[in-house]
Design a binder for this molecule. Structure first.
Ligand SMILES: *Cc1c(COP(=O)(O)O)cnc(C)c1O
Length: 826
């Protein structure tokens, strides 16, 4: 085994994968021996599993080697705790990482299979809702690519994000059984098993020494079992992992209990425990106070921490004193914030530490990323629920709070008002504020874009920032250029590499060297041809999924993201209606436009679902009106996910990033589009501001109120009616929605939409921003009429995306927050 070498190999694979011929032989062998299918009758899925088995074996070798190097170098590591990882498919990612794409393509071809068709059969691993989960997946890719020590922890949901179907124009959620054929990437680890406890009560007693010791007793236990998914680094030979926990009934491991009770009850019990890892909560940015969610959060946090401590103890001889020297733990939002009291519990109750020392270790171990300022998304848990499910943790939270408030009193003498605002406990609502717990329990708190961090300091955490300003830092989000350019836009990636070489794949700042190409007509023509090909691919996807035929010559204008009022799909839709009316009035746009919208709504989010329905009703009218011809199309692409994004983004001309200023923490979709040469129409929100600063004001279309103006209007009073009465186009569109123009059989259907815009205060400033948005769209249209100028702008966008790589984000976290260094690759 030692000859695997004790350094991280920079070769693409340690075992000799060899020639195309050798790969072919091994694929056939895996097909027969692992998949168990006759090559004669094998279908694409069988070949997918055979190929994945081959790749998984290589990844496993590299993983073992990486783990050994990490062990030998005994370096500080980071653990990324996230309830979501929106990974998408893995076959092509891993082939790219290993440098095997072409050889595997040829080997499959010699077996009469097309790699692209085989890859297409893979289910998306959709263990996340949207941006937050996708960020976690990009971060793992960057960690592995740059050989940082550490890995991710999450939950192996049996049902990931739901499959969105559209029935009668409405979203219907179907369970996504992504594990139906087995997950070819994971390694089941039946021996890596930790008990997780719930309920019960606390008994404390004084030992002879006078020390008070508490026991958590009479608990109901569930077992957490590990599954490891290898995460390949690009060309680094480093493979890290994502460890996902799956719930198992303790009954399976305790035959006596099983035999003592009734068999049927025991099996029933088993089902209840195993429900814990059954399903991902599909609500993005709204909080869900359900008991099962709380249990999921604790389940995954407890198993991960037990695993981390056991690893540390194996290595560092029964001593956790220096845990924070060897371990950094990142909390991706507050979802894993129970890790703070859980580490305290483990240190105090299990390992015998005093509160003070435990608290020191804890605070130096954790850091927390805040992802949202939306009040409805800030997690709180009811005290009564915590009391019954996690009584010891509630107790520890009270102790933490007591200490913290003592500090606050010292810091702000004579300011009892601040005490109540900073407290971890909301006494009135009888709730625990998880964000406060995460802030107090961490040594660093970061926002995810400059504006977001600024607002976080000014508003949600203003009092905290007044007390511990240095704790709050910014790390702007990023995306991995490996998935979002190299893999999903191979032609553009090839063109870029021809011009500037391939260093950009692991150092995106190299893209700035493309800048001179913006005035090179040959380069720009090729850029146009590539965009055209990507638009044809996207048009084919749209036709296959919706039956609507798009003309690739039209401007492809895309808004793809979760459906949420703050993201303002409605603003886009109002503009579509205005364009429709103008064509009907004999005033058509200079260029045909296809507006593409995709995204899922939380199942219980009434208004978002109504907006999806409205999009469909408007699309029906627009797409079937012969007077419109091909000048305007509106399509809703069902079931937006990572794989859909990989086709939509390269095929779009215009990227819609029009959230109400101050409400989108960062956005990462905005970065993906710009990196693929789409121009952005957007508000001064989240990372849009940094994109504008990077590409220059003249290469982006900015519209709408600023965050400050929105805040000012909120305090001084905002009158949406003024905008309605002051803009004839807008008034007509709103009246059509409210009057049933798009649903004559049920004319009142969209009254709630109009009520929100006019009577309920238009919380998201759609009315206020409409005129600016429509004018900016007119500028977009004019610019699109000059293909040379448009392409020049697109090239400049690509050239200036260097800082939006998740590699840059990870380097910043590593240096400023985690204090970790890449493994030495001797
Ligand atoms: C990038 C991505 C998101 C996040 O998009 P935003 O526009 O930043 O909200 C959501 N879902 C998927 C599938 C993505 O790839």
């Amino acid at each position: 085994m030692r000859e695997l070498s004790d350094r991280v190999s920079t070769d693409s694979a340690l075992i000799d994968v060899g020639s195309v011929e050798a790969i072919k032989e091994r694929l056939v062998s895996y097909l027969i021996h692992t998949v168990g299918v006759d090559p004669e009758f094998a279908v694409a899925r069988d070949w997918l599993y055979a190929t994945a088995s081959l790749v998984r074996g290589i990844l496993s070798e590299q993983y073992l080697n990486t783990a050994r190097v990490e062990y030998d170098q005994d370096v500080r590591r980071v653990y990324y705790l996230s309830l979501e990882f929106l990974t998408g498919r893995s076959l092509m990612k891993n082939l790219w990482s290993l440098g095997l794409v072409e050889r595997v393509r040829e080997a499959l071809k010699s077996l009469d299979q097309e790699l692209d068709e085989v890859a297409e059969v893979e289910f998306d691993a959709a263990l996340g809702n949207g941006g937050l989960g996708r960020l976690a997946a990009c971060f793992l890719d960057s960690l592995a690519t740059h050989a940082y020590p550490g890995f991710g922890y999450g939950i192996r949901y049996e049902f990931g994000m739901f499959n969105q179907k559209i029935e009668n124009g409405q979203q219907v959620e179907h369970p996504e059984t992504w594990l139906r054929y087995g997950n070819p990437w994971e390694f089941e680890r039946p021996a890596i098993l930790f008990p997780v406890r719930f309920g019960g009560h606390i008994t404390c007693f004084k030992e002879e020494s006078g020390k008070t010791v508490c026991h958590w007793v009479d608990t109901e236990d569930v077992m957490a079992m590990a599954y490891d998914v290898p995460v390949s680094g690009f060309g680094s030979g480093v493979v890290t992992k994502l460890r996902l926990w799956s719930a198992r009934a303790t009954r399976d491991f305790d035959l006596d209990v099983f035999n003592a009770g009734s068999y049927i009850d025991a099996v029933k019990d088993k089902t209840i425990s195993e429900n814990l890892s059954k399903v991902l909560y599909p609500a993005d940015t709204t909080l869900m106070g359900q008991e099962l969610r709380l249990k999921q959060e604790y389940f995954f946090v407890s198993a991960s921490l037990q695993d981390i401590l056991a690893r540390h103890l194996r290595r560092h001889h029964d001593n956790l004193d220096d845990l924070h020297e060897k371990v950094a733990i990142q909390l991706n939002d507050t979802h894993p914030a129970l890790a703070v009291p859980e580490l305290m519990r483990l240190l105090i109750d299990v390992h015998g530490y005093e509160f003070d020392q435990a608290w020191d270790i804890t605070r130096q171990t954790f850091s927390y990323t805040n992802h949202t300022l939306l009040p409805e998304a800030l997690e709180t848990w009811s005290i009564s629920m915590l009391e019954s499910i996690l009584p010891r943790h509630l107790d520890l939270i009270y102790q933490i709070n007591h200490r913290f408030l003592t500090e606050v009193k010292r810091h702000f003498p004579g300011r009892p008002d601040i005490l109540g605002r900073l407290s971890l406990v909301d006494d009135k609502a009888r709730q625990i504020r998880m964000a406060h717990l995460a802030v107090v329990g961490s040594h660093k708190v970061n926002g995810v874009a400059e504006l977001h961090t600024h607002l976080m300091r000014q508003h949600v955490f203003a009092d905290f920032a007044g007390m511990m300003g240095e704790k709050f830092v910014n790390v702007t989000n990023g995306i991995t250029q490996r998935r979002w350019l190299l893999q999903s836009n191979t032609q553009l990636a090839g063109l870029i590499s021809e011009a500037i070489g391939t260093d950009w794949v692991t150092d995106l700042s190299q893209l700035h060297r493309l800048e001179p190409q913006a005035t090179d007509s040959a380069f720009c023509e090729r850029m146009q041809a590539i965009k055209r090909a990507n638009k044809e691919r996207l048009a084919a996807l749209v036709e296959a999924r919706t039956g609507v035929v798009l003309d690739p010559a039209a401007m492809f204008d895309a808004q793809v993201k979760r459906i949420h009022e703050y993201k303002r799909q409605l603003l886009n839709l109002l503009h579509v209606i205005v364009l429709y009316n103008r064509i009907k009035d004999g005033n058509p746009p200079a260029h045909p436009r296809a507006v593409l919208i995709a995204g899922k709504s939380a199942p219980g989010y009434y208004m978002a679902k109504l907006i999806i329905r409205l999009i469909h009703d408007v699309a029906d009218v627009v797409n079937n009106d012969p007077a419109i011809e091909d000048r305007l199309k509106l399509v809703f692409i069902p079931n937006y996910n990572v794989s859909t994004a990989e086709v939509v983004i390269p095929g779009s001309d215009l990227s819609e990033q029009i959230s109400t200023a101050g409400m989108e923490a960062s956005g990462t979709g905005n970065m993906k589009f710009a990196l693929n040469g789409a121009l952005t129409i957007g508000t001064l929100d989240g990372a849009n501001i940094e994109i504008k600063d990077a590409v220059g004001d003249e290469n982006i279309f900015i519209c709408g109120l600023t965050a400050e103006e929105v805040a000012e209007k909120r305090t001084l009073g905002y009158h949406p009616w003024d905008f309605y009465n002051g803009n004839a186009d807008l008034k007509r569109a709103v009246d059509q929605i409210g009057g049933g123009f798009f649903c004559p059989d049920d004319p009142g259907r969209y009254q709630p939409v109009v009520d929100n815009l006019l009577r309920n205060g238009d919380h998201y400033f759609v009315m206020a921003d409409f005129a600016s948005y429509a004018e900016t769209q007119a500028r977009v249209e004019a610019a699109y009429g000059d293909p040379e100028a448009w392409t020049r702008m697109a090239v400049l966008n690509v050239a200036n995306m260097g800082m939006f790589s998740s590699d840059r984000s990870i380097h910043t976290y590593a240096k400023d927050i985690w204090r970790i260094k890449p493994l030495k690759q001797a």
